[in-house]
Structure formats: C-alpha cells, structure tokens
Design a binder for this molecule. Structure first.
Ligand code: G3P
Length: 497
C-alpha cells in the first residue's frame, strides 16, 4: 500500500481544516468547518475546546472519506494551529476546565498592566522575544488558574495540563498518551526562553504557574507519537507541529534569512526569517522561534496584526452589509476610492507596531456621500495599511529593503486588495499557486521528518508563482493615503502622542 499523502490539520481561529497533499505538494482534498466564536464581554473572545477537537477530527475523517485515502495511505500527519489560544484540561478525564481563551481576548489587560508597573517588560522581552501583552498565553493561564473555581489547587496537585491548540490536538489524537508542543508554539507563551530553549523558572514564578502544567517541547519536525488507531482507521505517525504563522513561512519556502511572507487570515501576520540569529526588534515587532528541526532552531521577526479577515467577518455578521468575504472584491471595485473613509479595525486593541490594548475600532471620515461600497473598501484597505505599518518596522529592524512580499491566506485571493497592497507598499507582491501555505508548511515539516520529501531544495522547487502585482500608484497618492491612515490610527490610540 503506497503511503502517498501527508494529511495537514490546520486548526485556525475561524475554522478547522484538513488538507491532503501529494508528493508534488498538490492539494488532493480539503474539508473545512467553521468554528463558533463567543464574545461574552466587550473585548473578550472564547471558543469551546471540545468543539475545536471534534471539528478537527470530523474534517480529517471527511477528507479521507471523500478522497478514498485510508490511514495506510498516509505517510504522516502535520499539525498547525492558531497560536497563543489557551486550554487547560484535567489530566485524568481530558475535560477542559473552561472555554479556551482565544489569542484575541483582552481580559487579561489589567494583569499585564500590573506586570508592566513592576518594570518586568525588559526581562521578559530579553528572555522571550515578546512584548508584555494580553495576546500571549502567559496571563491567560494565570487568569484561568485564578478564576476557575478550584483550578489553582488542582494545578498545584499536578492534576491539570495546559496547552496551546497543537498540544490539545496532540493529546486527543494520541488518546492522552502525549502532552507535548513544538518550539514555535512554546515561543508564544511568555514562559519559554527562546535562547536556552527551555521553560524559564523565573517567568513561571512571575506568572505564578506550576511547572507540572506545561507540555514537553519538541522540534517542529519530528515525532509527536501516533494517532489512536480507532480515530482514523489505523495508527498514523504525527510527525510535525508548528504555529500557523511559522508553518506558513515554511510553506512559502522562506528558508533563507531575509525572506518574508504575509498571511491574511483572521489577523494578518508578517514573518521574516532571520536564520540562526534572534534579532531583537526596536520597532515594535516580536522575535519568535520560526521552527526547530532536530536540535537546531531558526528565528523570525514577526509583525502581528490582530484584525484583518475578522474585519470582513464583522461586516458580514455584525453589520450585515456583506454576503461573503469574497464579495468584498467586487464591492470595493464599484468605487474609485474610499471617499476619504478610514476603517481602523482595533476591535481588540492594536498589535504591531502600536501594542495598544485599550484602543478600540473606528470608522472615520464619513460624509453624506459614504455608502456601503466605501466602507467595505476602507475595511479592505485597512489590511494593506496595517501591512505597511509592519513592513516599515521590519525593514527598519532588519536594515534591508524587501525585494518582494510573498502573500497567502484567504484574502490573498482578492485581486483588488493585492494590487492595492503593492501600491501602498511600493513593493512587488507575489502570490503563489498554492495559497494554503499554512497547511502546506505543516505537511512539509511532517513530510521531511518521515523522509516523504528529500529536503528543503525539493520544496523550494515546488514553490510556484501564480501572479505578481507590481506597484503602479503615483508616489504622491501613496503617501497621501498612508498619511491619512496614520492620522486615523492616531485618533484611536488610548494614549495620545
Ligand atoms: O497568533 C494568532 C494566529 O496564529 C492566528 O492565525 O490564521 O487564525 O488568523 P489565524
């Protein structure tokens, strides 16, 4: 029986997907299921961890059924996931102690403010490469231990386990046999020292987290056990795991220092490979582990933008002025410009490069002439403006000018947005043939680990350009539009400069 496929499980913020890749990196099948989001208070975001696991299992089974691919045809499974989202569960029963706190959730902003007041930012930044922000897992774990009845006592007895979504899936897929994560996910917790590659006792004490809660950290490409046979009709090796943005960098074949990608998902995340060097940012980016292969890790600089596709989702579900995200392309093209409207989607504060947990969203510049098309267009344009904010910071930190930006994720299919992006950056934008690069990266990590692919050289050859977008906007217009954006952002920041 030929093991001709790798199954990638891509557990994202808005959906769970399962994608089958063949040896030529082609998609042989894909099934996706949307995930319910809970917003119990302003700025709070939760998900049901059981639903995350069940939906992931369901789509994995469905894609195998639809394609006729059985467990014996799978060389390995690679896992990739929304990062930072925090689950705590009972070791004995596997039951989560509460809803998962999603990366976007701002409930721990007061805890973060307290840590800042103690002057801990510098130490935390030096060890973890991250900024003190509610985005990362550290304060989310602390919050759960302090707010779920009995949780802290149980944690101290060693009865609870913490995991980001990769760990949660690995635990369930292995039937509770393995509690593990990979370097890239560990590097998003605020608890992991990215230089010594270990959980840091000083950080654990700052966040008041018992070490027994933590998963074992393994290389991103390597063994994570195997699936319980009854789940997928046979045991399949779990051979790769990485946070979704790092996986996308790998899937875009950005293997060399200086190569960068931008993923337009729920949020928007630009990562640049910095190789064996952990480059400290001075411009509001974070330093993160890109992946660990064997004992070697590589690093990346990251600009994390919290709301991108989620702004379109809000226009669809919140305002009801859009049928689907895809419709935004034709709507935006109905008008010549946004008519001076700016949409700052700071629904959950602002991430890079502003890091303002208290900022909230705004639509500015409304006139009697403003209609649905201008608002939709302004929402799309905000993705491009936020990307420019981050690219400028990245080029400053890395002291280089990017030759081209590789893009992927749902909204990269939007030609209007990609052209506007190239125009606002003044840089070429390159869209590959496969834009499911997050899942592809997870498949690559797993496939390399089991010898399904020979090495990164072979994968580089599989990267094919589908379309490139050249900047064509006059510089004066580009600058005027961007200045308008900066002014709009200035209006929503909590501390006025
Ligand atoms: O850090 C959060 C990120 O991993 C979420 O990615 O694709 O679900 O927007 P996405």
């Amino acid at each position: 029986m030929e093991r001709g496929y790798i199954l990638a499980l891509d557990q994202g913020t808005t959906s769970s997907r399962a994608i089958l890749f063949d040896r030529n990196s082609r998609i042989a099948g894909m099934v996706q299921k949307e995930l319910r989001q809970y917003f119990p208070q302003p700025g709070w975001v939760e998900q049901d961890a059981e639903e995350i696991w069940q939906s992931q299992l369901e789509v994995a089974r469905a894609v195998m059924r639809q394609t006729g691919v059985s467990a014996e045809n799978l060389a390995a499974i690679g896992i990739t996931n929304q990062r930072e989202t925090t689950v705590i569960w009972e070791k004995r029963t596997g039951k989560p102690i509460s809803k998962a706190i999603v990366w976007q959730c701002r409930r721990t902003a007061p805890l973060v403010a307290g840590l800042k007041e103690q002057g801990l930012d510098g130490m935390i930044r030096a060890k973890t490469g991250l900024l003190l922000d509610a985005y990362f897992s550290g304060t989310k774990i602390q919050w759960l231990l302090d707010h779920v009845a009995g949780a802290r006592a149980k944690a101290e007895r060693g009865d609870l386990l913490f995991g980001t979504i990769d760990s949660w899936l690995i635990w369930n897929l292995t039937g509770g046999r393995l509690h593990a994560t990979d370097y890239s996910n560990a590097s998003r917790t605020l608890l992991f020292n990215i230089h010594t590659l270990s959980w840091d006792p000083e950080l654990l004490s700052v966040f008041n987290i018992p070490p027994s809660l933590l998963p074992e950290v393994r290389p991103s490409g390597g063994s994570f056990g195997e699936t319980l046979p009854e789940l997928l009709g046979g045991a399949v090796p779990l051979a790769g795991a990485a946070g979704d943005q790092q996986a996308a960098l790998f899937g875009q074949a950005c293997f060399r220092p200086g190569m960068a990608k931008n993923t337009y998902g729920t949020g928007c995340f630009m990562l640049m490979n910095t190789g064996a060097k952990a480059v400290a940012s001075e411009k509001g980016l974070v330093t993160t582990i890109a992946w660990g292969l064997d004992k070697r890790v590589e690093y990346a600089l990251e600009g994390s933008v919290f709301v991108a596709g989620a702004a379109l989702q809000w226009l669809r579900d919140g305002l009801g002025i859009l049928e689907s995200a895809a419709e935004s392309e034709s709507r935006a093209a109905q008008v010549e410009d946004s008519g001076g409207v700016y949409f700052v989607p700071a629904f959950v504060g602002l991430g890079a490069p502003y890091w303002d947990m208290e900022a909230r969203g705004a639509i500015l510049g409304l006139t009697r002439g403003t209609g649905r098309a201008q608002i939709i267009r302004a929402a799309l344009e905000s993705l491009a403006f936020q990307t420019r904010d981050v690219l400028e910071a990245m080029e400053g930190d890395a002291s280089l000018k990017l030759r081209a930006l590789r893009v992927d994720g749902g909204a990269s299919a939007n030609n209007f947005l990609m052209q506007f992006q190239a125009d606002i950056l003044g840089t070429r934008v390159e869209r590959p043939a496969i834009t499911e690069t997050t899942a592809l990266g997870a498949a690559y990590l797993a496939g390399l680990a089991v010898g399904f692919w020979s090495g990164t050289k072979e994968l580089e050859k599989n990267w094919l350009l589908q379309q490139s977008f050249q900047p064509r906007m006059p510089e004066m217009v580009r600058n005027r539009l961007y200045e308008g954006w900066q002014e709009a952002v200035g209006r929503v920041l909590s501390a006025k400069p």
